[in-house]
Design a binder for this molecule. Structure first.
Ligand SMILES: [Zn+2]
Length: 158
């Protein structure tokens, strides 16, 4: 429960008042007769959907699902034994085998070397995903939080 900045009482409804240019969050009694800028958080409002932001995640490079198969196909096309490829990119034959069998993911360095030597692309750009974010993890964002954040911003002169 938010507390009134004047009397310290816990209140379900908060009023943002303007006191000589400074914003304060106070209870209804203390807001009386003052310049009320906004009113927050009646129980009704607080039960409303959380204030969440939708944002478009930029596309990211992701390793393709069948990377092992792609490596093997490209390698066989070039007639390169695993051992030789391993020597070319300074990787252990056993490591490459594990990658081809998709038992392990190549490190970025190895992936780049494989892509270069084999002339293949092992990543795919995944399209932007819409993700829900909340400013606090797993906590519902209440109107009180928003009011407080806005107040903090004001205090920092933003
Ligand atoms: Zn009060």
């Amino acid at each position: 429960m938010p507390e009134c900045e004047i009397c310290g009482r816990e209140v379900s409804e908060v009023f943002e008042i303007n006191v000589e240019g400074a914003q304060m969050l106070v209870c209804e009694a203390d807001a009386r007769g003052k310049e009320v800028v906004r009113r927050y958080g009646s129980e009704e409002e607080r039960r409303q959907p959380k204030a969440q932001e939708m944002y478009e995640k930029p596309g990211e490079e992701e390793i393709i699902d069948n990377y092992g198969e792609e490596i093997r196909k490209a390698r066989e096309k070039l007639g390169l034994p695993l051992k030789v490829l391993g020597e070319m990119i300074a990787e252990k034959e056993s490591t490459l085998l594990r990658i081809e069998e998709q038992k392990t993911l190549p490190s970025e360095k190895t992936r780049l070397k494989l892509e270069k030597e084999l002339g293949i692309k092992l990543t795919d750009r995944v399209s932007g995903k819409k993700t829900f974010v909340s400013s606090k993890k797993n906590e519902p964002v209440t109107l009180w939080d928003i009011a407080k954040e806005e107040n903090e911003k004001k205090e920092q002169g933003e």
